[in-house]
Design a protein around this ligand. Structure first.
Ligand SMILES: O=P(O)(O)OC[C@H]1O[C@@H](O)[C@H](O)[C@@H](O)[C@@H]1O
Length: 285
């Protein structure tokens, strides 16, 4: 079978493993619908911390956690990055299985927990994860099942694995404005030809183009194509922040970086009965 499910002791689906005939593989935890592994060419492409906690007591540190309905600590609800990454999603099964791709789905609907969060609307999130020979696709649909319009921000918090952060460079952010979260949220202009990392970075690039090129390792380039998302967050905690995080090793900042497709700079306002869609496609080029 190209898709295997692994259950918790209580019988709930815990993990879904997609195996493509080409040998590529990915794994999704129902906790947060977090993609926690993507193996391509025999190599893990996503970073998950050795200290990641996966028992549901906190979001998983690594992979692709899904941020909804609040990016960061914003005005829409208390806490950081919303509730979607902390809740167990429903696995809705195999949506496609042919020679070219395997697709599985996950759903999250409003519940007592979400209504008590401070963001109390009725909603449905549908998330599709698609694996092909050389790509990983993640597609989010947000449906407003409430009687009133609701605001939200959303983001795919992708952690990429690298052998050396010193070699990482990102193309196609040049000429954009960005909010620097480390400099009191002031807005700056990116004039560097490539974005690289030699200190803590926490920035929201506004109005990013459809395709970003990530030089992950000297001999490995990843293309990140997104649709429906307005912004891209670039993050690396570097030394001091790494030490502050209980679920992250002190030196792990050297082997990861986050490039996060999202609509976060301005909240989306979704009218009742409407669906908003966005996604990304990661492809090794
Ligand atoms: O520790 P968390 O909640 O997973 O957040 C990690 C980082 O996520 C990034 O998206 C934010 O821009 C950072 O400010 C934040 O530190």
């Amino acid at each position: 079978m190209p898709v295997e499910t692994i259950s918790t002791a209580q019988g709930a689906v815990d993990r879904v493993v997609l195996m493509h005939p080409s040998g590529t593989r990915c794994e999704v935890r129902t906790l947060g619908a977090t993609v926690t592994s993507w193996v391509l060419g025999g190599k893990e492409r996503l970073f998950v911390s050795d200290k990641a906690i996966t028992d549901g007591s906190r979001p998983i540190r690594g992979g692709i956690p899904l941020v909804f309905p609040q990016f960061g600590t914003g005005p829409l609800m208390p806490g950081q990055h919303g509730f979607a990454r902390k809740l167990r999603w429903e696995y809705t099964g195999i949506k496609k299985d042919d020679e070219s791709e395997i697709m599985v789905g996950f759903d999250l609907r409003d519940s007592d927990a979400t209504r008590a969060s401070g963001w109390s609307y009725s909603f449905r999130l549908s998330y599709l994860v698609t694996l092909t020979t050389n790509s990983l696709g993640t597609h989010l649909a947000v449906t407003n099942t409430d009687k009133v319009a609701f605001p939200f921000t959303a983001l795919l918090h992708t952690y990429f694995a690298t052998a050396d952060i010193g070699h990482v460079a990102i193309d196609n952010l040049t000429g954009l404005n960005y909010t620097d979260k480390l400099l009191k949220n002031h807005v700056f202009y990116e004039d560097r030809p490539q974005v690289s990392f030699d200190q803590e970075v926490d920035r929201i690039y506004h109005g990013t183009p459809e395709t970003l090129i990530l030089h992950v390792n000297p001999d490995e380039t990843m293309q990140l194509k997104s649709f429906g998302f307005e912004d891209t967050v670039v993050w690396n905690p570097w030394t001091d922040k790494a030490k502050d995080m209980v679920d992250f090793g002190d030196s792990e900042y050297k082997s990861m970086f986050c490039v996060e497709s999202g609509s976060v700079h301005e909240a989306v306002k979704l009218p009742p009965s409407q669906t908003w869609e966005a996604g990304q496609l990661l492809e090794l080029v």
